[in-house]
Design a protein around this ligand. Structure first.
Ligand SMILES: Cc1cc2nc3c(=O)[nH]c(=O)nc-3n(C[C@H](O)[C@H](O)[C@H](O)COP(=O)(O)OP(=O)(O)OC[C@H]3O[C@@H](n4cnc5c(N)ncnc54)[C@H](O)[C@@H]3O)c2cc1C
Length: 476
C-alpha cells in the first residue's frame, strides 16, 4: 500500500447513502469544498437494499390487494402476481445495482467522490483506501460527517453463517422466489418482507419472540397486520424464538424454543440493526468502535467540535426521511459554524436543531393493511410523563373508507395531551393510510391546538374525514 497524496477540504463526508448525499448537498450549497467517501454504491442501503427495492416489491402486492376489495374489479385480479415481472420491476428500480445516476448527481452539486473504505486517522482526518489499495489522506478544515449507516444484526446462533441466512439485503435483492421462507422478527422489515414473499408465492412462517408484530406502534397495528398476514396464508407464531438452524441436503431445518421443527428453503433474520462504526477509526479520536454515535441536536458528536454523526449511525430514528432531515440541519450547522455566525437552536423551531427527532417522527409500514404513525404511542406518551387521553375510531365509520374498499377494515388513534390540548401522537392502520400520515405529522410537529384542528376541514368523501370522527370522539 502506498500513501499517494493529501487533499484538503472544508468538509469530509464518510458514507454516500441518502444522508451523506444530503449533507454534501448542503455544505456545497454553502460554498464549502466537500469530499464524499463511499466504499460500496453511492445511494447507500436505501437505494439498493432497503427502501427502494422493498417498496418496488410491495407496490404490486398492495395494488392487487386494494383492487381485490373493489366491486367490479375484484374478479379481474384473482390470479397470482407475475413474480418474474415484479422482480424485474424491482431490478429496474434499483438501477440494477449500478450507481452511475447518483454519481452524476453528486458531481452536479460539485462534491468530490472518493471510492474506497474511509477511516478516521486522527482529528479532522480521514484516510481512504481505494479499491486498488492506494491510500489518500483527506483533511477537513471544518467538519467530518460520519454517515456510515447501519447493517443487519444477526443473533449469535451456533453455525448460523454456514446456513447462509438472508438478511434485509438478500430479502430485497433475491432473484428467485423461495418455496418456503421462515422470517425471524416482528418489526418493520420482517412484516414487509413476509408480506412480499407470501404474495409472490412463498409459504411464509413468521417467528416472533414477543407477544406480537410491530411492537413499537400501538398494539392494534400489529394485531391487524398479523390477522391479514394469516388470512393471506402466512403462519405467524408469536412467543417463539429460534433455537437452532441447520441445512440438511440443502433443506433448512429450524428448531424453535417450543420444540417446533420447520423445514424451509430460506430463512430471513430481521432481528435489528447494528451501527457501521466498527472499522472507521473511531479509536483514533477517543471513541468506541462499534458504538452508535451520540450527538447533540445539531448532530455534532458529544465531546467534539468537528465530528458530526448523521442518519442511522446516531440511532435517533433509523429512517431515510429522518436522516435526510438531520442532514439538512447538520449541513446548515456546519456551514453556519464555519462562517462564525451563532447557531439558531431555539426550541422547537430552530433551523439548527433536529427537534422533530424527539417528538414527531413519522413512519409508514407498507404492509396490507398499511400502518402509519407519527409521534408517541399511548404507552410511550404515558411513559414520558404526559397527561394524555387516547381516542380510537374504526375507519369503517368514514364514508371515504367505504368507497376506497369494500368491507374496509382499519383503525385510527389520536393521543391528546390534555394539558396543552395538542396531539402527542397519531396512528392510522388500514388500506391507503400511508398517504394520510403527513396531515398528522403537520398537526404533531406544528403543535396545532385541538380546537384549531376543527377548522382544517377534510374533503368529502376521503378517508381523511377520520379527523372529524377523532375530534368528535375526543369532545365526547
Ligand atoms: C429492508 C429495509 C427497508 C427500509 N425501508 C425504509 C423505508 O421505506 N423508508 C425509510 O424511511 N427508511 C427505510 N429503511 C431505513 C433506511 O434504509 C435507512 O434509514 C437509511 O438507509 C439510512 O441512511 P444512511 O445514509 O444513514 O445510511 P446507509 O443508507 O446505510 O448508507 C451508508 C453508506 O455509507 C457507506 N459506508 C459505510 N462505511 C463506510 C466506510 N468506512 N467508508 C466508506 N463508505 C462507507 C455504505 O457503503 C453506505 O453506502 C429501510 C431499511 C431496511 C433494512
Amino acid at each position: 500500500m502506498t500513501e499517494t497524496e493529501t487533499i484538503a477540504y472544508d468538509v469530509v463526508v464518510l458514507g454516500a447513502g441518502p444522508v451523506g448525499e444530503n449533507v454534501a448537498d448542503r455544505t456545497r450549497a454553502a460554498g464549502l469544498s466537500t469530499a464524499v467517501v463511499e466504499s460500496e454504491l453511492v445511494g447507500g442501503e436505501c437505494s439498493y437494499w432497503a427502501c427502494m427495492p422493498s417498496k418496488a416489491l410491495l407496490r404490486p402486492v398492495i395494488a392487487r390487494a386494494d383492487a381485490r376489495r373493489v366491486p367490479g374489479l375484484a374478479q379481474a385480479v384473482q390470479g397470482p402476481l407475475d413474480a418474474a415481472a415484479v422482480l424485474a420491476h424491482r431490478n429496474d428500480y434499483t438501477s440494477h445495482w449500478q450507481d452511475d445516476g447518483q454519481v452524476r448527481w453528486l458531481e452536479s452539486v460539485g462534491a468530490d467522490l472518493h471510492r474506497g473504505h474511509g477511516r478516521l486517522t486522527g482529528p479532522r482526518t480521514v484516510t481512504v483506501t481505494g479499491p486498488d489499495g492506494v491510500r489518500r489522506v483527506l483533511t477537513a478544515r471544518h467538519a467530518v460527517a460520519v454517515c456510515t449507516g447501519s447493517r443487519a444484526q444477526l443473533p449469535g446462533l451456533p453455525g448460523l453463517a454456514e446456513v447462509r441466512p438472508w438478511t434485509s439485503r438478500e430479502a430485497t435483492s433475491a432473484q428467485h422466489v423461495p418455496g418456503r421462507l421462515v422470517v425471524v422478527g416482528g418489526g418493520v422489515v420482517a412484516t414487509e418482507m413476509a408480506t412480499v414473499w407470501q404474495a409472490l408465492g412463498s409459504r411464509v412462517t413468521v417467528l416472533v419472540r414477543g407477544k406480537g408484530l410491530l411492537n413499537r406502534m400501538e398494539p392494534f397495528a400489529g394485531e391487524l397486520v398479523a390477522e391479514a398476514l394469516t388470512e393471506a396464508g402466512a403462519d405467524v407464531r408469536t412467543g417463539t424464538s429460534v433455537e437452532s438452524v441447520s441445512r440438511v441436503d440443502g433443506t433448512l431445518v429450524v428448531v424453535t424454543d417450543r420444540g417446533d421443527r420447520i423445514e424451509a428453503d430460506e430463512i430471513l433474520f430481521a432481528t435489528g440493526r447494528a451501527p457501521r462504526t466498527d472499522d472507521i477509526g473511531l479509536e483514533t479520536v477517543g471513541l468506541e468502535p462499534g458504538s452508535w454515535l451520540e450527538v447533540d441536536d445539531s448532530l455534532r458528536v458529544t465531546g467534539t467540535d468537528w465530528l458530526y454523526a448523521v442518519g442511522d449511525v446516531n440511532h435517533r430514528a433509523l429512517l431515510t426521511h429522518q436522516g435526510k432531515y438531520q442532514a439538512r440541519i447538520a449541513g446548515a450547522a456546519i456551514a453556519t459554524r464555519a462562517s462564525g455566525e451563532p447557531l439558531d437552536e431555539a426550541e422547537p423551531w430552530g433551523a439548527h436543531a433536529a427537534t422533530a427527532d424527539h417528538h414527531a417522527v413519522p413512519q409508514v409500514v407498507f404492509t396490507d393493511p398499511e400502518a402509519a404513525a407519527v409521534g408517541l404511542s399511548l404507552a410511550e406518551a404515558e411513559q414520558a410523563g404526559y397527561r394524555v387521553r387516547a381516542v380510537d375510531v374504526e375507519l369503517s365509520s368514514v364514508a371515504g373508507a367505504g368507497l376506497y374498499a369494500d368491507g374496509y377494515k382499519g383503525r385510527a388513534r389520536m393521543v391528546v395531551d390534555v394539558e396543552g390540548e395538542i396531539l402527542r401522537g397519531v396512528t392510522f392502520v388500514g388500506p391507503g393510510v400511508g398517504e394520510l400520515i403527513h396531515s398528522a405529522t403537520v398537526a404533531v410537529a406544528g403543535q396545532v391546538p385541538v380546537d384549531r384542528l376543527w377548522h382544517a376541514v377534510p374533503a368529502y368523501p376521503t378517508i381523511s374525514e377520520v379527523w372529524l370522527r377523532l375530534l368528535e370522539a375526543y369532545r365526547g
